[in-house]
Design a protein. Structure first.
Length: 185
């Protein structure tokens, strides 16, 4: 029995092999589009600075690539950027889109860069973005707790220590202690 083969951006691939290697990348990599575009923009800028004759990318080329990468990010922001099974992952989807708009210039973006490099950059950028989101949410929570503490500064509350009732306290004192605990974690 002959296995079916699917045409992808990198050539013909057996369907079972494609399913194994791509896995859930098509649905998960949607979250990495911005990181991939930012990393690709930085890489394009670096390629334009390589002292080679002829230059790998001119300043004009970089401007075209970055303009298209920003467009891709906007499309992704609207939820309409598609990564297909034929793309296999975000990197090839971005390359496909760049190449469809910019021709061979879109392919140059991967000069001196492996997909492993792209994965490492994408995950780091995505991780930093998520950490910043957590930090912003923590600050917002701390601000709310401090407002709550101010509002309830005089509201009596039983203090507790070792799960036992202790010295009288206030809801304000309790709530104002929470932000300090957030910063020490």
């Amino acid at each position: 029995m002959k296995s079916k083969v699917r045409k992808t951006i990198v050539g013909q691939i057996n369907n079972q092999v494609l399913a194994f290697t791509a896995g859930r990348d098509v649905e998960l990599d949607v979250h990495l589009v911005n990181a991939d575009c930012i990393g690709s923009a930085a890489h394009a800028r670096m390629l334009s600075k390589v002292p080679s004759k002829p230059r790998i990318l001119s300043d004009g080329d970089v401007k075209k690539v970055i303009t298209e990468l920003v467009r891709i990010m906007k499309i992704a922001g609207k939820g309409t950027f598609k990564i297909t099974a034929q793309d296999q992952d975000v990197h090839l989807a971005v390359e496909r889109t760049l190449t469809s708009k910019l021709g061979n210039l879109g392919k140059k973006i991967h000069t001196a860069r492996s997909r492993n490099d792209q994965v490492a950059v994408d995950l780091r950028l995505y991780g930093k973005e998520q950490l910043l989101n957590v930090m912003n949410e923590s600050v917002a929570l701390a601000e709310l707790l401090l407002k709550f503490a101010t509002k309830n500064a005089s509201l009596p509350m039983v203090g507790r220590t070792h799960l036992q009732p202790a010295m009288p306290s206030s809801v304000g004192l309790w709530a104002s202690a929470m932000p300090r605990r957030c910063w020490t974690i």
